[in-house]
Design a protein around this ligand. Sequence first.
Ligand SMILES: Cc1cc2nc3c(=O)[nH]c(=O)nc-3n(C[C@H](O)[C@H](O)[C@H](O)COP(=O)(O)OP(=O)(O)OC[C@H]3O[C@@H](n4cnc5c(N)ncnc54)[C@H](O)[C@@H]3O)c2cc1C
Ligand code: FES
Ligand code: FES
Length: 502
Amino acid sequence: MIQFLLNQRLHRESQLDPNTTVLSWLRRTQQRCGTKEGCASGDCGACTVVLAEPAGDRLRYRTVNACITLVSALDGKQLITVEDLKQRDQLHPVQQAMVDCHASQCGFCTPGFVMSLFALQKQGGQGSTEQALAGNLCRCTGYRPIVAAADQLAAQETADDQFDQTEAQTLARLKALAAEASVSGTSSSQPPAGVRQLTHDGRRCLMPGSLDALAAAYLAEPQARLVAGGTDLALAITQRSQRFPLLISLNQVPELRAVEQQPHQLAIGAAAPLTDCLPLLRERIPAFADLLTRFASQQIRNQGTLGGNLANGSPIGDAAPVLLALNAALELRRGSETRTLPLDDFFLGYRQTALQPGEFITRILIPGVTVSQKEAASMPLNVTTSLYVYKVSKRLEDDISAVCAAFNLDIQHGVVHRARLAYGGMAATPARAHHTEQALVGQPWQLATVELACRALAEDFTPISDFRAGSAYRLQVAQNLLRRAYFEHAAPQQIIKVTDYV
Ligand SMILES: Cc1cc2nc3c(=O)[nH]c(=O)nc-3n(C[C@H](O)[C@H](O)[C@H](O)COP(=O)(O)OP(=O)(O)OC[C@H]3O[C@@H](n4cnc5c(N)ncnc54)[C@H](O)[C@@H]3O)c2cc1C
Ligand code: FES
Ligand code: FES
């Protein structure tokens, strides 16, 4: 059973096909048709809704794409749709700002923009308008009036709305639901102890409430498909009409959502939403955080996870190159067994990984992250480890990489002591550039060395041509990115990133 609030109304659902998306549940069973379906693939933002969940003693409001969010993700949350914003005949300030600024023409994208601006407003000015709106597309109004509406809102002193007024009460209700779920889960014997279940017509979703319960459930039914954020998996449902007979949700397992600095490494829970990884990464590995802000859109980052990004084994997943360059390892669990596998050994072939049946990723471990940026900044300048991460795609945001590159260089006294270079989009899997690394290590860090390394890159990769980029283009770009790292290293103050000057 899942339990959630639709605005203020409690829903307890146990007989629901777990392949149902939040969008079709809203439109087909609740007749809430304000939330639109544009692409059904997470690209346009017309279906944006907001999920509120407890974060300490406040509620945290986040956007998601209802079209690729499965209903199991609603458990323990408050679902807010565009219908909930108006109070009696009074528009919500976000809606009023859109009207005032003439920010809607055909209106199809408008509910999605309104919900993204609503979530931005609820962050109390912490997020940026660009990031908040990057996952919403408008094909007729043009973005200027929409941005003007965002600016008007930011400048306004807004009084508490109905959500602020009922926040304490909503928070208490959600916390009570969580407490109830943990009790009902552990006392149940069918499904196994500690696992709740959503089922309909022979299709099931198991929802373990702990790591042990998850490990036992997956070992017992290794044919199940795991679902974390569902931002990859749900596309099989919406684009290829697939229906999964058995899903196991990772969303209710607290151990998989922790993001922590340990004495000598960062440990990132495999099912922590990317948005939750950002604060620590921004502090410890800023180049990784910069990459994540270009990862899909805000809606996707609020759902998608590093575990899902790696486990789907895509050659163009953005996290893999940077994690390979950082020499990350994966903590894997199968039944009661835990093992640690270097990410270097994880990708076996096109969309093939080293995961055994019934095995899953619990944490991503990034070694050697021991000092804060502030401390690192005070280290001697000629003893540096430099991380350069580049994503090349047609659009800045909400786009998949044609090529993604990450270079982790240890340059001491002008000589390359260690180089870990990794690329996505260049081969059947994300991969290290071993020949190129050899061409660099032990050599002086100068342009001539970099040119030799660029030649070695052609030995490492024979990229394919597809609709994103041609083979020759990919190779040229991959070489140019290495040259670019050289120039950035040589003149760190020089502004060469497009995001720094547009
Ligand atoms: C519009 C859009 C834009 C996107 N943009 C980008 C982008 O810019 N860069 C990018 O890299 N990706 C992008 N993606 C892909 C996707 O968002 C990411 O791959 C995301 O990280 C997947 O995480 P998830 O939690 O949603 O995975 P899910 O969809 O839940 O799972 C993906 C796969 O991994 C398996 N899995 C999940 N967690 C685990 C685990 N802990 N252990 C073992 N197996 C597991 C699942 O069974 C499934 O097979 C985009 C997707 C969409 C829809
Ligand atoms: S309908 Fe386009 S993102 Fe959901
Ligand atoms: S108003 Fe028509 S798509 Fe945006």
